[in-house]
Design a protein around this ligand. Sequence first.
Ligand SMILES: [Zn+2]
Length: 294
Amino acid sequence: MDHHQIGKVTATRIAEREPFAEALTSFFPDMPKEAVTANTHWLAPHHYDLASQSLLLHFHSWLVRTEHHTILVDTCNGNHKPRAGYAMSDQLNTPFLERLNDAGAAPDDIDFVMCTHLHGDHVGWNTRLHNNEWVPTFPNATYLMSKIEHDTWAERAKDPARPERQRATYLDSVLPVVQRGMARMVEGAHAVDDSFTIHPAPGHTPGTCRADLASGGKHAMFCGDILHSPLQVEYWRINSRACEDQKMATQSRREVLSVCAERHGLLMPMHFGPPFVSYIRATPEGGFALDMNI
Ligand SMILES: [Zn+2]
């Protein structure tokens, strides 16, 4: 459930905080009511809490070992980050690095950190608090991020009208790696090696990227927040309230699902509940269906 072999590449789930409950109607304002009623039998209890009518958002990173590199895809919320008024991320203290260690990787072993986008729950462990300073958690890593995404949040961090937690996210979790010359700004498609390739997939945020794995004829895809919930496979037109560009977010989601269906690729999102991943099937009606029999 937490470890997948894709050809010669392995991907291991590194869990961070416990699932966070978000009222479904506020997170997916456009989700039709029948989406939940028709799917309750598998949504509960891992993806949806019936009592509070809330989505359960899980948080994890993926530790990817290709033949050449050790890559961490997204870095959750991080420890001790001040995010007042935002309980999901505020002042967490989780054994994330111990779990990474249990999976066989010390911070020094990470060659690349790939940021699908720069929201606070995807870049938190980019840095850690050391002697009252935010320092890169992974000292030997190159941090890969979209140039558009970086420049967007760098600009927004200067805007006092922006929520404090968004400005703080850039300043404490992104800027410290940029200032040390550890960030590589990616434009367009970017091959990290012969099995791991980054592709632009904008919409959720201006520079959201996905990462495609291909090895030995097997495929997988890390999709960041292009999908938050497995409900968005059948209901792929439905964006979350956090999606910035509605049309592009839908287009990118459709492309992710189409590519996974065509390649029989394993979709590896960041917020799904157990089994945390899914195969995707194209339906005769032109839609998509989950296949969580992993
Ligand atoms: Zn997220």
